[in-house]
Ligand binder design. Structure first.
Ligand code: PMP
Ligand code: GLN
Length: 379
């Protein structure tokens, strides 16, 4: 058998969650909330099922939900997408990312990916014959060197992938970053794939800079979002993407042959739920409190905090504690101390090891307390 997919090591999220289960550890590795999602939302799904919405939805999603999302984007970012031609409901952001890359990347095309990067972009690019072009984010602030980006752009560049707020670092792109990007991409045919799954999880009064908000970016951007991240139900696998009609038409061709449409009763529920903006506008404060609570509990450890401006991830630098590799140290933490995290090197160019672990703080405070006790014991 000749494998069609590029060789990849065991998926780090499956590995660390598997170890967490085996060693009965606190699981701060894979990114998912440890608390319940809103009962009202579940009741809305049940109501939709009871109400008979159990057959296929339209390919792009039900009009009621598409309209609610388009309204939300207009209010937040001032961009009006057409609900009938510029949005698609997908099986999580993952499917949106998959369709977007598959629809536009031809064999031999370059795709610029900033590292560390969420792990699915690169294999999707490769399976389509594309060539990932890596750019390492710089320093502990994980900033973009836009001059370097300029040197990596060529006639072969088909797409550039950005992710803000950023997994795993928790950093965000500023308005100045987005303007630099706009400047680099104007007068090119490069497509921007903007992964904004943590759009509503942003701290310290900062504003999420969506690609939708910048006219010269939105005209070439596919913006991906995830209800799993926003509404605490990653297991429902619901998300969407928005893009100009000319791009969305191509995405539909992929959507049609992969799922055709996604979960109908959940779409009904989200259409109703999204009518109350508090459901997502409350997230920055909610998660900022979680972040600050966790940081307060671990302030007397020798783990150094890499500031997190968004997402529900916190990077901790353990270089004062040991010189062990992050993979070995993460394994030791889960096996000997019952605390699971993610070693960041797996997302870096050449697995560069900066002695940083990623902790997901979307957990009940008592779980964060227990984790902090362990971290205090270690260093
Ligand atoms: N992009 C990033 C940066 C993520 O962290 C995740 C969530 N794991 C996804 C995409 C995928 O989102 P979903 O679970 O909605 O498919
Ligand atoms: N996005 C989640 C994370 O970064 C995990 C997704 C997955 O398990 N594949 O932890």
């Amino acid at each position: 058998l000749i494998s069609k997919l590029p060789a990849s090591p065991e998926n780090i999220f499956s590995k660390m969650s598997g170890l967490a289960n085996r060693y009965n550890a606190i699981n701060m590795s894979q990114g998912f909330p440890g608390f319940k999602s809103d009962d009202r939302l579940k009741e809305l799904v049940y109501k939709a099922m009871k109400g008979g919405y159990n057959q296929y939805a339209p390919l792009a999603g039900i009009p009621e939900l598409r309209e609610e999302i388009v309204k939300k984007i207009e209010v937040l970012h001032g961009k009006k997408y057409h609900s009938d031609s510029e949005i698609t409901l997908t099986a999580g952001a993952s499917q949106a990312l998959n369709s977007a890359i598959s629809a536009f990347v031809h064999p031999g095309d370059d795709v610029i990916i900033f590292k560390p990067a969420y792990d699915i972009y690169e294999p999707i690019v490769k399976i389509n014959g594309g060539i990932p072009v890596h750019i390492q984010l710089k320093g502990k602030e994980y900033t973009v060197d836009w001059n370097e980006v300029k040197t990596k752009i060529s006639d072969k560049t088909r797409m550039i992938v950005i992710n803000t707020p950023h997994n795993p670092s928790g950093t965000i792109l500023s308005k100045a970053d987005m303007l630099q990007l706009e400047n680099l991409l104007k007068n090119t045919n490069i497509i921007l794939l903007s992964d904004e799954v943590y759009e509503h999880i942003i701290f310290d009064g900062k504003k999420h800079q969506s690609a939708s908000a910048f006219p010269q970016l939105s005209e070439r951007a596919i913006v991906c979002a995830s209800f799993g991240k926003t509404f605490h139900n990653t297991g429902w696998k619901m998300g969407y993407c928005v893009a100009p009609e000319i791009l969305m038409k191509e995405i539909w061709k992929f959507h049609e042959i992969t799922v055709f449409c996604v979960n109908h009763p959940m779409q009904r529920a989200f259409a109703e739920y999204l009518k109350d903006p508090e459901t997502y506008l409350s997230l920055p404060q909610f998660y900022q409190e979680k972040r600050d609570y966790f940081l307060e509990q671990i302030k007397d450890t020798r783990f150094k905090v890499i500031p997190s401006a968004g997402t529900y991830f916190q990077l901790l630098d353990y270089s004062e504690i040991t010189t062990e590799s992050d993979i070995l140290f993460a394994e030791k933490l889960v096996k000997e101390y019952q605390l699971a995290s993610i070693p960041v090197s797996v997302f870096n160019i050449n697995n560069q090891d900066l002695k940083q672990l990623r902790f997901c703080f979307a957990k009940e405070n008592e779980t964060l307390d227990k984790a902090a006790e362990i971290l205090l014991k270690i260093g």
